[in-house]
Design a protein around this ligand. Sequence first.
Ligand code: PIT
Length: 254
Amino acid sequence: MGFFKKSDITKLYEIGDELGSGNFAKVKKAKRKAKTADVEKEVGGKKKVVLKAGADVAIKIIDKAKVEDMQDIQREIEIMNMVDHPNVINLFEIFDEPKKMNLVLELVTGGELFDRIVAKGNYSEKDAATCMSQLCQALDYLHTKKIVHRDLKPENLLYASPADDANLKVADFGLARMLTAGDMMKTACGTPGYVAPEILKNKGYDSGAVDMWSAGVILYILLCGFPPFYEEELPALFDQILHARYDFPSPWWD
Ligand code: PIT
């Protein structure tokens, strides 16, 4: 695959502080060094410059030893390479090293949607509408390209900057899949509270509807501050979701 670069990433980037970490990957802040060439990306047959010398980026460093199936990473990269939208984190380039896969990503500094809800204290319906509009534009774009995210939750929605009117961006395509004609997807995935009933039923699904379910769960939380489905024990939680057993309790929803 042409987009995997084999050269040493530290020749081109100054690696900085850690922004976050997960099971098998770390995200670090970095800067593209002075006097380096422009980075171009081809999306939909059109080539354009996406990154210039001196630009700030985020690098997701994946520890290959901790990844069970490298195909999962391959899939995430292929999907990220197909997308270019203001409400989706952009992937600029990839450095494939013997022990690590490095994804050079758009830097966002505004934190997770969840933290912003908590920090704001008085989160308004107008705030929720602005957020949902951006999320739906991202989903419309992805679903038109037959990409299903499958793990939408407030932790995967990041703000571009600390500004009040910053763009919201969908991140983490680790569970995303391409829909192919006649192919029903059956994998159970996602985060329990946000997962659609058809996934829990293991019946198979063939559209972006599972993302729209998660978007609905997020909207519910934005409007009242607590989740529509909540149980300590997973079987009880799944039962609630499967029966779409949720309500709008008073006084919070009045
Ligand atoms: C940032 C800052 C940050 C996390 C990320 C980017 C992560 C982005 C990301 C991760 C993925 C993926 C797409 C985007 O598939 O704290 O600028 O696994």
